[in-house]
Design a protein around this ligand. Structure first.
Ligand SMILES: *[C@@H]1O[C@H](CO)[C@@H](O)[C@H](O)[C@H]1NC(C)=O
Ligand SMILES: *[C@@H]1O[C@H](CO)[C@@H](O)[C@H](O)[C@H]1NC(C)=O
Ligand SMILES: *[C@@H]1O[C@H](CO)[C@@H](O)[C@H](O)[C@H]1NC(C)=O
Length: 392
């Protein structure tokens, strides 16, 4: 799933469930894979790659057929695809005809259909390398967009889906084709990937991720862990409960951990209501002019927000107040959205799920950037499970 900063682009990207990819079956099982250094497909490896945060998404350089593009790391979808039209900050694009290793599959096409936009293209097998050059996948099948309409170009060129196969529901052949991570897995030391998406900059080289291993110097204490419910095809943890200032709420929720979720935590309406009701005299408004959904909470940026405690598996993730306020709507950057009073913010905790009468909310319960800003997070595809601990 990819959710934008707020829901301007939400309606567009929310329709990722309509994605229909057609990828070919793998050639006799796994694509060829080998760590570049050894050339041996027996060696087990890990791969560290630097990433960059852009508007609450994380992007990484990936080389496809020798051409470097910037792909968005998305645990909420499963295909890997690239647009030939996107304009990332470097103006780089992937051109099939400039790749010596590209093998277009003439009989395979893919389509992405949004309510107000669409994209379509071809399926190509090509060589894929992470920027570390420590892992290379040959003949990996990916989607290449060659036509689109109504899609505003984001600051990246496509997606690396790190969700489970089928998390961008595909009715066809994608369900029998290994994802990027499934293709890497047999050659990694562990069937995991770990995200260091901290915003802390001192003593750090910036955000990064690691395939196949954990870096224990990045987090405090022990990792807490929760099983992942595979029945949803997403990285969904069951029975998450919440407390505010130590006071536990009754309701629990099953929520997905989604790096494409934008700067939001989408929780049940009862939980968001309980959270905001803790703040005395809060001037809370429901916005209808952000995507017209009557489901965006807007508050004065000067509000004093409490920490949110999320009890996930055998641990508790604290989302501190500073990660609860979100972004300002007013000011020079967003003149059109100013509602004409005070300094308004879209806090990060927003209602999702439903249906709720009179409101058209995001139909999913998602945990996005605020959680990844606070916690080192490890996804284990084999168990499957998700582990986390606060950054050092
Ligand atoms: C991606 O590559 C470009 C050009 O080489 C570089 O400027 C940029 O910092 C890289 N980004 C990341 C996240 O590695
Ligand atoms: C949580 O459980 C996992 C395994 O189930 C264990 O390895 C870990 O130490 C536990 N973490 C805490 C903080 O209790
Ligand atoms: C927004 O939701 C409230 C509460 O359900 C409802 O009373 C109101 O009519 C809705 N407004 C719009 C514009 O749909």
């Amino acid at each position: 799933m990819l959710l934008d900063r707020w829901e301007t682009s939400l309606l567009l990207w929310l329709s990722l469930p309509y994605i229909a990819f057609a990828l070919p079956p793998s050639n006799n099982g796994d694509p060829f894979f080998a760590p570049q250094s050894s050339g041996s497909d027996q060696a087990k490896t890990t791969a560290f790659i630097p990433v960059q945060e852009v508007d609450y998404h994380w992007v990484a350089n990936v080389s496809i057929g020798g051409q470097e593009v910037l792909l968005c790391i998305d645990t909420g979808s499963s295909p890997l695809w690239v647009s030939t039209q996107a304009g990332n900050s470097n103006g780089r694009v992937y051109a099939v005809d400039k790749s010596p290793t590209a093998k277009p599959l003439p009989d395979e096409k893919f389509n992405i259909n949004f309510p107000h936009a669409s994209a379509s293209g071809i399926v190509v097998e090509d060589t894929l390398a992470l920027s570390s050059r420590s892992v290379v996948l040959k003949d990996f099948a990916l989607g290449v967009v060659d036509q689109s309409s109504g899609i505003s170009e984001p600051t990246f060129d496509g997606f690396i889906g790190l969700g489970f196969r089928g998390s961008s529901p595909d009715k066809g052949i994608l369900d029998s084709t290994p994802t990027f991570f499934e293709s890497l897995m047999p050659n990694l030391q562990s069937p995991i990937f770990a995200l260091d998406f901290s915003t802390k900059t001192s003593d750090r080289k910036g955000p990064s991720m690691k395939f196949g291993g954990i870096d224990p110097t990045k987090f405090h204490g022990q990792l807490a862990s929760t099983p992942i419910d595979r029945s949803t095809n997403r990285w969904t943890a069951k029975d998450i409960t919440f407390s505010i200032r130590g006071e536990q709420m009754d309701e629990s929720a099953d929520m997905s951990f989604d790096t494409g979720g934008g700067n939001h935590i989408y929780a049940p309406l009862s939980i968001t209501s309980a959270y905001y009701s803790q703040i005395p005299d809060l001037d809370m408004r429901w916005s209808s002019n952000l995507g017209g959904n009557n489901c965006t909470i807007v508050i004065p940026c000067t509000s004093q927000l409490p920490d949110l405690e999320m009890h996930i598996g055998n641990g508790t993730a604290r989302i501190r107040s500073e990660h609860m306020m979100g972004e300002s709507l007013t000011g020079p950057a967003n003149p059109a959205w100013s509602l004409g009073y005070g300094n308004l913010c879209v806090p990060t905790l927003q209602p999702g799920g439903g249906p709720y009468p009179g409101r058209n909310c995001l139909g999913l319960l998602l945990v996005g950037a605020p959680f990844f800003h606070e916690n080192y997070v490890v996804f284990n595809q084999a168990e499957p499970s998700m582990s986390y601990a606060p950054y050092v």
